[in-house]
Design a protein around this ligand. Structure first.
Ligand SMILES: Cc1ncc(COP(=O)(O)O)c(C=O)c1O
Length: 399
């Protein structure tokens, strides 16, 4: 590593608040499915900035759209309308077949908004203030106080969320457990359609169908978090479409802006009207620059049939990972959908070490849950990228 890369790392450690244990690499530029560090070392990217950069790096259409919007107008506030926001809202509403959208700046804020919708929906019925949520064990919904309150992992909550603010937690994919925890105080049920950070666990179809049914019966709102699994990653534009189950509120982010920080929550007919003017807001959310990114993403997704591509390459990735699992006893499980897959390793083979070795060998991978490597590459990868990833990963496992 060059002295200049070492210097950047040293300065990063000195000036950036240490809430991450970063890998000792300074990434500088990207091209297609590759990233380059400041020494020009090349990395095949199977992390996509944690499931964000669906279009790959240097997508000309996307970059040109952003540049054009910068020259036109970057920000206005939500006190006025702007053209990219109106267009992006229409596209999201039409694509989800839901009713209305609120733009946020992150996935966490999309969750915050979704929780507020459910709470207010219940409050509007009887003015009761002590409503609570049912959320899932091993879920992840973000790092703010509200999003943490429904994140089913004590490691993230302890020290930040007092017990009385926490949701009631149930076992993911266990409908009986969820139903047994519903009380008169329950205002919403929140779950990821595929649990990401928790270790790549797709929902069972019967589980989601059951949640929909019970939420209808009890008149409580069902919130799907598709921040990570949405926007084509699971082989259809939205993961819940694979299940034929619609939420009342849908949270999106990550690939929605493909690198420009943006998120959204979308409400259906039932949830529309829960929030009224003054109930929620954001300075940046839905600004012209962020919404130009969303529109460019939708254009590219449509033109290049990105979700269909993710489905096809996802099957190839599945087959190759199955082969890898057969050849390596230390791999104990393989789960996921399309381009959101995970390999679980035996405890004596810590994935942290494999991820470090892979990075050294020019492959970016990220971990998840309990000793799982998570595969969330740009959605534009091709078969030869999968082959290259498997080669480097296998060498890194055996090193
Ligand atoms: C399922 C899910 N929800 C919410 C979030 C939070 O999103 P953000 O980091 O954009 O705030 C994440 C982030 O990883 C996520 O995976």
């Amino acid at each position: 590593m060059s002295q200049s890369q070492k210097d950047y790392i040293e300065q990063g450690e000195k000036y950036i608040l240490k809430t991450y244990n970063r890998f000792p690499v300074v990434l500088e530029r990207g091209e297609g499915v590759y990233l380059y560090d400041t020494d020009n070392k090349k990395y095949l990217d199977f992390g996509a900035g944690i499931a964000v950069f669906a279009l790959g790096y240097g997508n000309k259409y996307y970059n040109d759209a952003l540049k054009a919007q910068i020259d036109k107008l970057i920000h206005t506030s939500n006190l006025y309308y702007n053209v990219p926001a109106v267009k992006a809202a229409k596209r999201i509403v039409e694509a989800t077949k839901m009713k209305k959208v609120f733009f946020t700046n992150s996935g966490t804020e999309a969750i915050e908004g979704a929780l507020k919708v459910a709470r207010k929906y219940a409050y509007n019925k009887d003015n009761s203030k002590d409503y609570e949520f049912i959320a899932m064990n091993h879920s992840f919904h973000g790092r703010s106080q509200g999003a943490l309150s429904v994140t089913g992992n004590a490691h993230y909550q302890d020290g930040f969320v007092p017990k009385e603010f926490r949701a009631v937690f149930a076992e993911y994919n266990n409908l009986e457990d969820v139903v047994s925890k519903i009380t008169d105080k329950t205002c919403g049920i929140i779950c990821e359609v595929v649990q990401g950070e928790g270790g790549i666990y797709p929902a069972d179809p019967e589980f989601l169908k059951g949640l929909r049914k019970v939420c209808d019966e009890k008149d409580i709102l069902l919130i799907f978090d598709e921040v990570q699994c949405g926007m084509g990653r699971c082989g259809s534009l939205f993961a819940h479409d694979l299940y034929g189950v619609k939420p009342d509120v849908l949270a999106l982010a990550k690939a929605l802006g493909c690198g420009v920080p943006v998120g959204a929550f979308v409400v259906n007919e039932r949830a529309d009207g829960a929030l009224v003017p003054g109930d929620h807001g954001t300075t940046y959310g839905g600004n012209p620059f962020a919404c130009a990114a969303i529109n460019a993403v939708f254009d590219q997704f449509e033109e290049r049939k990105i979700p269909e591509h993710a489905k096809e390459i996802g099957q190839y990735l599945w087959d190759q990972l199955e082969g890898l699992k057969e050849r390596n006893d230390c791999i104990t499980a393989h789960r996921g959908l399309a381009l959101m897959q995970g390999l679980e390793f035996a405890p004596e083979k810590p994935v942290g070490e494999i991820v470090k070795k892979a990075l050294n060998n020019g492959l970016i991978l990220i971990s998840a849950g309990n000793n799982v490597i998570r595969f969330v590459p740009p959605l534009v990868i091709e078969k030869e990228d999968v082959d290259e990833m498997i080669r480097i990963l296998e060498a890194s496992i055996q090193e």
